[in-house]
Design a protein around this ligand. Structure first.
Ligand code: LMR
Ligand code: SF4
Length: 517
């Protein structure tokens, strides 16, 4: 095989996976959009999501800034040299990272040091298998961290909140799956896709669950019991009302695929792999002779490009005025009074400066001074994809929010310590932060998770960076923005949309307690 050509094919596969959502995923998102009523928060979020998909296409840039843990599944004809192929894949990964289509995402687990090129022990994941055919089947999934953190594994029998006992049978499995969707709330950037693995041990069970994510969204399970289960989950999980981003709404789940394998008598695991709407998985059939791509996978059926037609734009404009959302423009430094005027549901547009800060920064700020005066300022939970030009100037390539709940132990204290007035992230925060917002006069703004191109477009310039020693995603970037839009989901009056949606979805979950299978 021509290994240089193979490397080039792998480069293409990675770029396409990161920037261009497959057709089956696009169709699922489109039908979700059609189910939401115009003017609601869910519809607005889905508009941002579909705009973002289009922008990623047009810019050939990452759909989401978290380009995940690249995981390759490759089937090769007997006799293929897998060692050479592995090297070629690693070279391609490093090159794509350099070209700004993947975020440097490989971090030393003990020191936190970022390898800078996505290579390191354990990353990327490359799994080979041999098969009898004469070509290479190469598939890739880029699954981000926020949704990965919402994976869950159940050991049956068990007790589940809202649902009671889940036994070792199909009905117990049903309960676990319903619970898995509830516990993810909006934090894995719902609406999501789930892959479920029944059986195996703790590791093979998760593998089986992830394997399901390689199935096409619209395939039909050949196992009749599992087909019924998948249909049931698709129909009923959407009754939970969690909705896009956990804002409430008609669609919480976009796909459910279930697989089964044997287990040993003492164990009964149900493993669920949760994938965000930014479901980046693709595949290609590659010639064993030339190393070139012969065919792309997941490309059957109608292609939706999400280019808004005139008519759609008009309806969107009309529904915006109809809903009379309170839109407030803010520019830092923000006063306590301005913050106290905001209520859950208000839409905020930010102009001016904001500073990124995620795990490393929050941890650092607990016992260090801030590198800039944060009084009245806005913190953005974001780890962007950045590129430096020849003149040494930084450019933002992708910059959506990260899951805020990880900062729950620090956020309230840090806001009070430095006088920060607003934090932007996604998925919401907990009671400790809510209390601090009330006491100090702060607000939590929810941006649309995964909409990394949309937000990158709002960032007009990079004014500086501090704490680069934490690596690109974790550094504190000083960003000048224009029209950066987010929704108030936690205010300074003790209100939290996240708490409310969690409560109402748990009540709805309890309606699925009775035996079905
Ligand atoms: O790491 C990120 O930028 C985002 C992450 O995927 C998340 O969902 O929290
Ligand atoms: S930010 Fe959201 S869309 Fe992006 S990887 Fe994380 S969970 Fe997925």
């Amino acid at each position: 095989m021509n290994i240089d050509k193979f490397q080039e094919s792998m480069y293409q596969l990675i770029v396409e996976t990161s920037t261009n959502l497959p057709r089956d995923v696009r169709r699922a998102i489109k039908s979700a959009k059609e189910r939401e009523n115009a003017g609601t928060r869910a519809a607005m979020s889905l508009d941002t999501i579909t705009n973002n998909i289009k922008m990623a296409d047009d810019n050939v840039s990452p759909i989401c800034q978290d380009t995940g843990l690249p995981t390759f599944k490759i089937k090769t004809p007997v006799g293929a040299n897998q060692l050479v192929m592995k090297e070629a894949i690693k070279n391609a990964i490093a090159q794509v990272t350099k070209d700004g289509k993947l975020r440097p995402n490989s971090v030393d687990s003990l020191t936190g040091a970022n390898s800078g090129d996505n290579l390191g022990y354990g990353t990327p994941v490359i799994k080979f298998e041999q098969w009898e055919k004469d070509y290479i089947d190469a598939r890739l999934i880029l699954k981000g961290g926020g949704c990965e953190n919402k994976n869950i594994q159940y050991s049956l029998p068990c007790e589940l909140e809202g649902l009671g006992r889940a036994g070792r049978d199909l009905d117990g499995i049903r309960k676990c799956i319903m619970h898995s969707v509830y516990q993810a709330q909006g934090q894995g950037c719902s609406a999501g896709f789930i892959g479920v693995g029944i059986g195996g041990d703790r590791s093979s069970g998760y593998d089986l669950a992830k394997e399901q994510l390689f199935r096409s969204v619209d395939d039909v399970n050949p196992n009749e019991d599992l087909r019924k289960l998948e249909d049931y989950v698709m129909e009923n999980a959407n009754e939970l009302g969690i909705g896009t981003m956990g804002f409430g709404g008609e669609t919480t789940l976009l796909g459910c695929k279930v697989g089964v394998m044997n287990r040993i008598p003492a164990s009964f695991f149900v493993s669920v792999a949760y994938n965000c709407w930014a479901f980046r998985r693709l595949g290609a059939a590659i010639s064993m002779e030339t190393g070139e791509i012969n065919e792309w996978m997941y490309q059957e059926g109608e292609h939706i490009d999400f280019g808004a037609s005139e008519a759609e734009l008009e309806t969107a404009a009309a529904s915006e005025t109809a809903e009379q959302t309170n839109i407030v423009t803010l520019q830092a430094p923000i006063t306590e009074e301005q913050i106290r005027n905001l209520k859950v549901g208000d839409v905020v547009q930010i102009n001016g400066m904001m500073y990124t800060g995620r795990d490393a920064i929050h941890h650092h700020l607990m016992d260090h001074d801030a590198p800039v005066d944060l009084n009245g300022q806005v913190i953005y939970h974001c780890g962007p994809v950045m590129m430096k030009d020849e003149d040494g100037k930084w450019h933002v390539k992708a910059a959506g929010p990260t899951t805020s709940i990880r900062e729950e132990p620090y956020q309230g204290d840090i806001m009070k310590k430095f006088g920060i007035r607003a934090v932007i992230g996604k998925g919401g925060m907990g009671p400790k932060t809510l209390e601090a917002l009330q006491e100090h006069g702060g607000v939590y703004l929810n941006a649309i998770g995964g909409a990394a191109q949309y937000y990158a477009d709002c960032i007009k310039s990079v004014e500086g960076v501090d704490l680069m020693e934490f690596g690109i995603p974790e550094a504190m970037w000083h960003l000048k923005v224009e029209g950066f839009t987010a929704v108030v989901t936690m205010d300074s009056h003790g209100n939290s949309l996240h708490r409310d949606v969690d409560k109402s979805s748990l009540e709805k979950l309890a309606q699925f307690k009775e035996r079905v299978f």
